[in-house]
Design a protein around this ligand. Structure first.
Ligand code: IPE
Ligand code: IPE
Ligand code: MG
Length: 248
């Protein structure tokens, strides 16, 4: 098991939960069975992050591009989301977890959207951890949506062009109330971002593992955090500046 320094935990972990289909194939099962197993990995990961005291966890659950998948897979994924929301409300409240969501939520079936809103409302007083589900999420769409709202506010006289800064722009993104991720984990051996949090991950530490999402264990999460803790985040500066050693 990996050693973790509890004083140096990432404040925000984002995860691209990938590999459910390949897990199913490997086990001679239908893709949907992989997604079901993936939901168990979600429960496990949420529990571990909460136990560790991670303040923010964002999970890429469904991308805007995933709507292009076969109809039966899309409907299986939406009903799994429904099951998840129904079964986890109690645990979220017991563990002081607040649920939020990012993405084009208007694209979700109305029943799911209502349930999602109800769950967010019922957990809104919790302050132990924020669990953010990315649903019908696409980063480029998010940025365009932000630009559009900003343009509307500018033409309505609410904001002047010269007052638009990085911070004001970020306030127009779905993630306005969430800090940028410190650590991104992607499972299943794929080395790409797949249109996830492009703006927000400018300085995120990236961690890739071959483990398929349904197999992602507590130890795998601890290994990712331990790896993150070995990194030096320089944000464009020099190592000496970060360590306060002055010029060398
Ligand atoms: C991730 O697993 C889950 C979603 C994208 C919804 P995949 O379904 O992408 O699994 P692979 O990549 O086909 O193995
Ligand atoms: C990214 O996985 C989306 C989610 C994990 C929800 P995909 O499986 O959709 O990504 P690509 O298509 O391999 O890039
Ligand atoms: Mg995939």
């Amino acid at each position: 098991m990996s050693y973790i320094d509890t004083e140096k935990l990432p404040r925000h972990i984002a995860i691209i939960m990938d590999g459910n289909g390949r897990w199913a194939k490997k086990n001679a099962l239908r893709r949907i069975a992989g997604h079901k197993k993936g939901a168990d990995a979600v429960r496990r990961t949420v529990r571990t992050c909460r136990e560790l005291g991670i303040p923010y966890l964002t999970l890429f659950a469904f991308s805007v591009e995933n709507w292009l998948r076969p109809k039966d897979e899309v409907s299986a994924l939406t009903s799994l989301l429904e099951d998840y929301l129904r079964s986890e409300l109690r645990e979220m409240n017991e563990n002081n977890i607040r649920l939020t969501a990012i993405g084009d939520l208007s694209a979700l079936p109305e029943r799911i959207r209502n349930l999602l809103e109800e769950t967010m409302e019922k957990t809104s007083g919790n302050d132990g951890m924020v669990l953010c589900l990315s649903l019908s999420y696409g980063s480029r769409d998010e940025i365009v949506h932000a630009a559009r709202r900003l343009a509307e506010d500018a033409s309505g006289g609410k904001i002047r062009g010269e007052d638009i800064t990085r911070d004001t722009f970020a306030r127009y993104l779905y993630t306005a109330d969430i800090p940028d991720p410190d650590l991104l984990i992607r499972t299943s051996g794929e080395y790409r971002l797949s249109n996830f949090l492009l703006w927000q991950m400018a300085y995120t530490e990236l961690y890739f593992t071959d483990v398929l999402w349904p197999d992602f264990s507590k130890d795998d999460l601890l290994a990712a955090i331990a790896d993150y803790q070995k990194r030096e985040r320089r944000f464009g500066m020099t190592s000496e500046q970060i360590h306060g050693e002055g010029d060398v």
